[in-house]
Design a protein around this ligand. Structure first.
Ligand code: SAM
Ligand code: SF4
Ligand code: SF4
Length: 366
């Protein structure tokens, strides 16, 4: 899952590769102060709730009423009992890749398609949404490529979200975006990919991408915007400052931390397990201090060894060429033994009744 959101990472080697000169970022000195206006609150909106998560406030209309939340909680409970007691393997969440067209060529990514991108039509996506809903999924994440670039005859990603919720019946929709174009999203939550601060983000994603991301998340002023960091050999040194940055940025609610999964062509970016364990210990320290980290301590500990049972069928995937997968493409590519998607461990913790993970899951879902 994207992150504790459900990203599937790469499933196709494009052979492409971004070459960065590493320059371009204007950092005002140390750490996590930046030039992009990220810290300034635009006047309304967000209040910090002290040590941890920031509360929403004004701005964006919340359409999930109390009654809807109750049904959602009941559905989650029913799904859990079905899965745990009756061994039903129904997806709870779906990830739909609506396009593999992208405005970036990130060094760690093997999803984007430069030469001949697949861009689904509204009707194709609608049919896929219906298929996922019929399988039992109540939550959907729209991915790409860059999902905010998607449109079909004047319809954009917000129209897909409206259709998913109002016509089909999904409880909640999320999008995962690189935040390189301005967006005003009606998604229940927005995941923005942030791969470190300043030069760390930019050596992976390209010059100027950090300042643009900051400006666009400030303009978006979404009530439930979180970031997803994928930790690799290029950016691991930026983990601590990124967590600090998230705590102080009024437009970001929380951070989900994942590790690079070595899809074909990107194997060199995966950290060795010793370094991964060191970074996990660091993340756990921040988590225990109350920093707004979405991962649970139980899930993080499992990611140190990867020896837990995988229950990845919890999320099904539909790729941009229409291929339907019962779990992320890592299984097909044979990289599960080096998996970096922390959601795999979070799901195992849920099935093993780890209270901190269940709490984190409920926070995310309700
Ligand atoms: C493929 S992107 C699509 C959405 C959008 N373009 C973006 O970058 O947010 C979804 C997420 O997958 C992550 N990702 C890409 N390749 C990965 C890999 N090899 N391992 C883990 N996560 C990866 C990206 O960093 C991003 O957070
Ligand atoms: S923005 Fe997203 S889809 Fe595009 S290249 Fe980067 S990680 Fe891949
Ligand atoms: S364990 Fe395999 S299928 Fe599950 S998230 Fe990791 S790579 Fe994907």
């Amino acid at each position: 899952m994207t992150n504790n959101s459900s990203s599937g990472g790469g499933y196709k080697s494009s052979g492409g590769g971004y070459k960065s000169s590493g320059g371009g970022y204007r950092n005002s000195g140390g750490g996590y102060k930046s030039s992009g206006g990220g810290y300034r609150n635009s006047g309304g909106g967000y209040k910090s709730s002290g040590g941890g998560y920031k509360s929403s406030g004004g701005g964006y209309r919340n359409s999930v009423g109390g009654y809807r939340k109750l049904i959602q909680a009941y559905t989650l409970f029913k799904w859990f009992v079905g899965a745990k007691i009756f061994k039903h393997k129904k997806p709870l969440q779906s990830v739909i890749f609506i396009t593999d067209r992208c405005n970036l060529q990130c060094r760690h990514c093997s999803v984007y398609n430069l030469d001949n991108p697949h861009v689904k039509t509204f009707d194709e996506i609608y049919a896929e949404l219906q298929y996922c809903y019929d399988l039992g999924a109540g939550f959907v994440d729209f991915e790409g490529g860059e999902p905010c670039l998607w449109n079909d005859n004047g319809r954009d990603i917000n129209d897909l979200i409206t259709a998913a919720k109002q016509d089909i019946g999904f409880f909640s929709c999320t999008i995962t975006t690189n935040a390189q174009i301005p967006f005003q999203s009606n998604a229940d939550s927005v995941w923005v990919s942030l791969d470190g601060i300043g030069k760390y983000h930019e050596q992976i994603r390209g010059n100027g991408t950090f300042a643009t991301l900051e400006q666009n998340i400030a303009k978006a002023n979404h009530k439930a915007l979180s970031v997803n960091m994928v930790i690799n050999t290029l950016n691991w040194e930026s983990v601590a400052e990124t967590i600090e940055y998230v705590k102080h940025n009024p437009y970001i609610k929380s951070i989900s931390l994942n590790f690079h999964t070595p899809f074909k062509g990107t194997e060199h970016l995966a950290l060795d397990m010793e370094k991964r364990r060191e970074i996990i210990d660091l993340i756990i320290k921040y988590k225990r201090k109350g920093y707004p980290i979405m991962n649970s301590v139980s899930g993080l500990k499992k990611m140190k060894h990867l020896s837990f049972k995988k229950q990845c069928w919890v999320t099904n995937f539909i790729l941009s060429d229409g291929t339907k997968l019962e779990q992320c493409a890592g299984a097909t590519e044979g990289v599960c033994d080096r998996c970096g998607f922390c959601m795999a461990a979070e799901m195992n913790s849920v099935f093993n009744f780890c209270p901190d993970t269940i709490l984190a899951g409920l926070k995310l879902r309700l």
